[in-house]
Design a protein around this ligand. Structure first.
Ligand code: SAH
Length: 223
């Protein structure tokens, strides 16, 4: 079992910490009740395994294995909100990382597929999905820039690594009426979060906000 910092806290302290976590999400613009409920239910502390575990409830990205990061909670909330997931949707996430974003999506969608190029991250995230009984999430080790042709098409696609352009295969695997949220930019320092909507005529692009993600890298990871 993963040990969280919970062990040292009283139930009042736990409730207080949860309240502060939700308050900071709301104050940063996460207002969708379904998203907030999912983020209240899924304990971020379980997804941060290292010395940073006691900072899991602060609004900051944190290092995870394989030199990657778990995103800032408010960014997870804002991206999930922008994705406007419906209960019957099939969702693809590219960039499993810790599994936290996929676990949030599992509360909102019918089916979630998530892929990462690191076998180790997929193994550890899958173990957490099993422990938490999240039976509607499946994680694969794959280069997500090609999407998941066998499971396509998707109602929603979320990319949690930065691409230079929205990858063509992902656009192709989006259903008509579908939405993709993806950080796009040339720079490592800052990218623009883009919401792509597939219409009957093509694709609409809307720029949402500046974000900072690790890059989408082609090919498989070394671990
Ligand atoms: N969503 C994650 C955080 C993602 S960090 C969470 O909730 O914790 C970005 C992840 O994208 C990293 O784990 C990295 O390995 C992965 N990644 C980068 N390029 C990729 C690619 N081409 N295919 C699949 N995963 C990729």
């Amino acid at each position: 079992m993963t040990e969280g910092p919970e062990e040292h806290l009283t139930s009042e302290e736990l409730a207080e910490r949860k309240m502060r976590f939700l308050f900071s999400l709301r104050s940063r613009g996460v207002t969708d009740t379904r998203v907030l409920t999912a983020m209240e239910k899924i304990d971020r502390g379980l997804f941060v395994r290292n010395v940073f575990a006691d900072r899991a409830y602060e609004d900051m990205p944190l290092p995870i294995a394989c030199g990657q990061t778990i995103s800032q909670p408010s960014v997870v909330g804002l991206m999930t909100q922008a994705l406007a997931v419906n209960p019957r949707d099939t969702v693809l996430e590219v960039g499993t990382g810790s599994g936290y974003q996929a676990a949030i999506l599992s509360q909102l969608a019918r089916r979630v597929y998530t892929v990462d190029r690191y076998r180790r991250l997929v193994r550890e995230a899958s173990e957490l999905f099993r422990q938490l009984d999240l039976a509607n999430v499946t994680a694969f080790t794959a280069d997500g820039s090609h999407g998941l042709p066998d499971q396509a098409p998707f109602d929603r696609i979320i990319v949690t690594a930065a691409a230079e352009d929205p990858p063509g295969p992902l656009l192709e695997q989006l259903k008509p009426g579908g939405i993709m949220v993806v950080p796009v930019g040339q720079s490592d320092a800052v990218q623009a979060l883009i919401k792509v909507t597939r219409t009957s005529r093509g694709f609409d692009y809307e720029e949402l906000r500046p974000v900072r993600f690790v890059p989408l890298v082609e090919g498989m990871g070394s671990e």
